[in-house]
Design a protein around this ligand. Sequence first.
Ligand code: SAM
Ligand code: FES
Length: 346
Amino acid sequence: MNEITEKLENEQFLEKDEFKWLLENNTPELRADLSKRAQRVAGETFGKGVYVRGLIEFSNYCKNDCYYCGIRCGNEQAHRYRLSEQEILDCCAIGYDLGFRTFVLQGGEDPDFSDQMMVELIGKIRAGYNDCAITLSLGERPRAVYEAFFAAGANRYLLRHETATAEHYQKLHPRELLLENRTECLRNLKEIGFQVGTGFMVGSPHQTVENLVADLVFIKELNPQMIGIGPFIPHQHTPYKDAEAGTLEETLLLISILRLMLPKALIPATTALGTIDPNGRELGILAGANVVMPNLSPVSVRKDYSLYDNKICTGDEAAECRVCLSKRMEGIGYEILTHRGDYPQK
Ligand code: SAM
Ligand code: FES
């Protein structure tokens, strides 16, 4: 066991068979070994600091129909909302006062929030908060649109590849959504100059160990600045409502592996991880993650941004989430840092 984990730490990569072995022998001892190494490696760059991002979930309209996602267009029971530009700017103002220096604008692929509206919004946030990073998570767009977002002042883009195996991708998405397009978007974003985040759901329906190994290889090749992984959690109004959720243990193992593969990456302990276990986010940090993303969206719409069932933090004001996360991080000997938290250059 130690030979493989030591090799992973030293060489930051493994043969496919070795990754497979780690995934198939996920014992508490293995996780303890990996998380010790992952904490050490993260500590070399980030110390005991955890970056914080203010998440603004501004629209739950989506033209896509991903089979796993609660805001898919086919979910007729979803209560749809779209924040106005002013409401989004108000979230930024509240977030800035609470010390956030990164705003993450996330939404479904909402055609009525046009690219032009987005460009104007980005421009206003950039003008009002010049010391802040603007992160977008808006799905697949043509290259020219990404270029316009970048020119308007956005800095980072989160677009999980979801799975690097085409057949698996087609089990999770309708025919018109293609892995090729998603990876093309990621390449475009990188070339344009965005700090790019990718990732996948752990334990998504039909996922195999081979699929996960392919995800690790894909991520190593893409070399993104950010990696978001969290457990798949079923949503009651989706075709995968009866599928099994991903596990805490597998997610923690993969966070540690990814930290050792990409020592300087920004890796969040996600809300989904906090949803499957009350201490999920703390355990995520102890497994090697170094980012948390509390919610800045107005409480009135929180429960409607429902990607999966039983999502946590839907009733808390932004300030409460911020204080809660600070306490949680202090409880495990870490500290929230309030600067922009860009990808380290050195
Ligand atoms: N529309 C944008 C996109 O496609 O990237 C951003 C929003 S999308 C809902 C954000 C992420 O939520 C997806 O990349 C997916 O991995 C995750 N997600 C969706 N449904 C989920 C579920 N049931 N369980 C866990 N994560 C889920
Ligand atoms: Fe909206 Fe998948 S359902 S992007």
